[in-house]
Design a binder for this molecule. Structure first.
Ligand SMILES: Cc1ncc(COP(=O)(O)O)c(C=O)c1O
Length: 348
């Protein structure tokens, strides 16, 4: 049976080249800074993103939390978007573990945070009545805004705003390479103005594990401390880093295939009665659409029976394209969805 997993780009499997690299990786004790493969990956990542240093962590969630803890003191406040993954999907670690409060402002439809909203949310420094604002975080691509891409100009303008107000800018760049490929610019143009960036190796780049934090040397030294505090310092983690090196050297440009497959999927879905989607609003690999039918879970269950994973009881679905999904898979999925819609809902 065909297996097509639309649930996330986290479902990607390591490529044969990654498995070879993992098998033959030279390793050492990374907690002592002695794993040559981790050191190579961190140097490569820092160089690509235009930063002084980098740190391998286990996940995007850990990367964001370590970054927040490194920029903040207990009792501080951070500004994030209401559609940000940090707010919606990371268990409020900054508050529960770090004693840091979260000031949530609305994300615009295009993923941006409004400059005035940010400025109005920054607390006066050294007030005895309120916490100090330590940082603002933006997300690129912005997952819950349909994989929206933030521009270099926007990122730079938020960086200036942050500097003018003496706060830090964190960039949750879990899918930052999707943004740079979409814009056809070096990733460093999107990252160099941020004080810290997290990006994921384990999503479209297809590694089994891992995310990277980048920043200046002083920030990464603090991040190393917080990673250890959270139990995230690993030992012979060259096993993890080896696939990351393959990813950064050979898996970035192919993200364009995922974007093209996302467009193929979106345009096909648009032609199926009972589905509402605007392909123009889907720049990267995250395909959001609405099912205008009762009990969409039926469709998900039927797809599952033929090896297609994705969908949920709600009417708003997200399908994600990635390296384990080909254009043939997209055509097969579109035909299957169309058949199921006709069978259960008599929509033609
Ligand atoms: C934008 C964004 N940031 C962070 C994360 C967290 O990454 P992880 O699942 O590796 O913790 C995700 C996961 O989907 C994400 O979409």
């Amino acid at each position: 049976m065909q297996k097509i997993d639309f649930r996330s780009d986290t479902s990607t499997h390591p490529t044969p080249a990654m498995r070879d690299a993992i098998y033959s990786a030279k390793v050492g004790d990374d907690m002592l800074g002695e794993d040559p493969t981790v050191n190579e990956l961190e140097d490569l990542a820092a160089h690509l993103l235009g930063k002084e240093a980098a740190l391998l962590v286990s996940s995007g969630t850990m990367g964001n939390l370590v970054s927040i803890l490194s920029h903040s003191q207990r009792g501080d406040e951070i500004i994030i978007g209401n559609k940000s993954h940090i707010f919606r999907g990371e268990n409020s670690g900054a508050s529960t573990l770090g004693g840091i409060s979260i000031n949530v402002i609305p994300n615009k439809e295009n993923g941006e945070l409004d400059h005035t909203d940010i400025i109005n949310s920054i607390k006066p420094p050294q007030s005895i009545n309120c916490p100090s604002t330590s940082m603002v975080s933006i997300e690129n691509t912005q997952n819950a805004c349909g994989g929206a891409v933030l521009s270099t100009e926007y990122t730079n303008s938020i960086s200036r705003l942050a500097k003018d107000n003496n706060i830090k800018l964190h960039l949750d760049g879990a899918r930052i390479f999707n943004a740079s490929v979409y814009l056809d610019i070096p990733v460093s143009k999107l990252t160099s103005a941020a004080d810290s960036i997290t990006f994921c190796l384990s999503k479209g780049l297809s590694c089994p594990i891992g995310s990277i934090i980048c920043g200046d040397k002083e920030f990464i030294a603090k991040a190393r401390y917080w990673r250890k505090t959270l139990g995230g310092a690993m030992r012979q983690s060259g096993i993890v880093a080896a696939s990351g090196i393959v990813a950064l050297n050979s898996m970035i440009d192919r993200l364009q295939d995922d974007h093209e497959n996302a467009q193929l999927l979106a345009k096909g879905l648009k032609d199926i009665p009972g589905i509402e989607i605007d392909p123009e609003k889907l720049p990267t690999n995250l395909v959001f659409f609405n099912l205008l039918v009762d009990n969409p879970q039926i469709i998900s269950d039927e797809l599952n029976k033929i090896g297609i994973k994705g969908g949920k009881p709600d009417k708003r679905w997200r399908f994600v394209t990635h390296s384990d999904i080909s254009s043939e898979d997209i055509y097969f999925a579109l035909n299957s969805i169309s058949d199921i819609m006709k069978k259960y809902y008599k929509l033609t």
